[in-house]
Design a protein around this ligand. Structure first.
Ligand code: PLP
Length: 391
């Protein structure tokens, strides 16, 4: 258990809520959860499903019609026919990551993962006794993975690569050439991939075809996706994976041994989310609003003293560089919460390479973003920097 890590977003959220209970006003930029309401047709579908008796266990890998709807959406994206038997439905896509690592990786195997990166990757890799090999995503490379650096990390014990594009915490993406190079490398070294594509709909520029649409990749990729971010459905807990059929069967067994299945009415609501034009219109409206917020936030951050703000093409995170302020990330994040009432995360919560950055989730309205920018600006202009303690 000591090897398990955590997500500091949940910890900072708890501290921010405690301050609010004491009467403080806090702007929440810490948690990666869309603030929008779930699209109305999806709520109506869940209600219908519940009243219609969808309140029982379902087959562990998901209801057939739900797996079919996910396969249909994946086929349209990946340019090949995805069979419903390749789909596994889970209560939150995090489960796909945990199950893929349990099923595919042995203690001592090496797993390449992004740094900075979603902290649960490292946590689970450490937990199962595998060896994490971080691939650094650099600001000067728009936080894209460098295929040459990736190639240099592959060794005889390398088993699996975790790819996350669009990326949390930076909003970085991959070009078609990056994905071609990754595909070639993965095939040449006989690696497996977990491709975390949970942010693939929250994009502000055209994106290349997914990694697994390339020849030879479907056989070795577990695609991780879900409804949490795209449809503002984090609390519904509905994720899914697309993977080779034999692995899907094994994951079904893992599900039988753990949560049994995702909630039946949530699964049926997912069909509505994936197929209804009204839900699709809501997604487009949310993405347009995220884009507007990105522009306000990134433009405002770039005006703050000592802050350099990269403009991400996707997701709902900004990952500004704060080295020029003289502040250490953790100290700045702590003091901003305590003194300015702005909840943000320190970049190092996402790995060593995140040092010197903050992560801000633009999951609040433009008014609040402007308020946060004013508060951060006032703080930076008046409080002398507290650098990191030596060592
Ligand atoms: N992957 C990434 C990169 C994430 O940022 C998150 C949530 O923050 C998840 C996966 C998990 O999402 P969920 O379990 O809600 O489907």
């Amino acid at each position: 258990m000591d090897r398990l890590g955590t997500e500091s977003a949940f910890e900072v959220l708890a501290r921010a809520r405690a301050l609010e209970r004491g009467g403080r006003s806090i702007v929440h930029l810490e948690i990666g959860e869309p603030d929008f309401a779930t699209p109305e047709p999806v709520i109506a579908a869940a209600e219908r499903a519940m009243r219609g008796g969808a309140t029982h266990y379902t087959p562990a890998a998901g209801l057939p019609e739900v797996r079919a709807a996910i396969a249909e959406a994946a086929s349209a994206r990946g340019g090949r026919t995805v069979d419903p038997a390749e789909v596994v439905v889970v209560p939150g896509s995090k489960n796909i990551l945990a199950f893929a690592l349990l099923a595919l990786v042995e203690p001592g195997d090496e797993v390449i993962l992004p740094d900075p990166g979603y902290p649960i990757y490292r946590s689970l890799v450490d937990f199962i006794g595998a060896v994490a090999r971080p691939i650094v995503l650099r600001e000067r490379n728009d936080f894209r993975l460098d295929p040459e650096e990736l190639a240099a990390l592959v060794g005889p014990r390398t088993r699996l690569l975790i790819l996350n594009a669009p990326h949390n915490p930076t909003g970085g993406t991959c070009t078609a050439a990056d994905l071609d190079a990754v595909a070639e490398l993965v095939c040449r070294h006989d690696l497996l991939v977990v491709s975390d594509e949970i942010y693939h709909r929250i994009v502000f520029a055209p994106q290349p075809a997914p990694l697994w649409s390339r020849p030879g990749l479907a056989e070795r990729t577990v695609v991780l996706d879900g409804l949490s971010k795209t449809y503002a459905m984090c609390g519904w807990r509905l994720g899914y994976g697309v993977m080779p059929v034999e692995l899907a069967r094994r994951m079904e067994t893992l599900l039988i041994n753990t949560s049994a299945c995702a909630a039946a009415f949530t699964q049926l609501a997912a069909v509505e989310a994936l197929r209804s034009p009204e839900a699709e219109a809501c997604v487009l409206a949310m993405v347009a609003e995220f884009r507007r917020r990105r522009d306000v936030l990134v433009t405002g951050l770039a005006r703050l003293p000592g802050v350099r703000a990269h403009r991400p093409d996707a997701s709902f995170y900004a990952f500004p560089n704060i080295e020029g302020t003289g502040w250490d990330g953790r100290r700045l994040a702590d003091r901003l919460l305590q003194e300015a009432g702005v909840a943000v995360l320190a970049g190092e919560a996402f790995g060593r390479a995140g040092r010197g950055h903050l992560r801000l989730a633009y999951t609040v309205g433009v008014d609040q973003i402007e308020d946060a920018l004013e508060r951060i600006g006032a703080f930076l202009r008046t409080v002398p920097p507290e650098p990191a303690a030596p060592g």
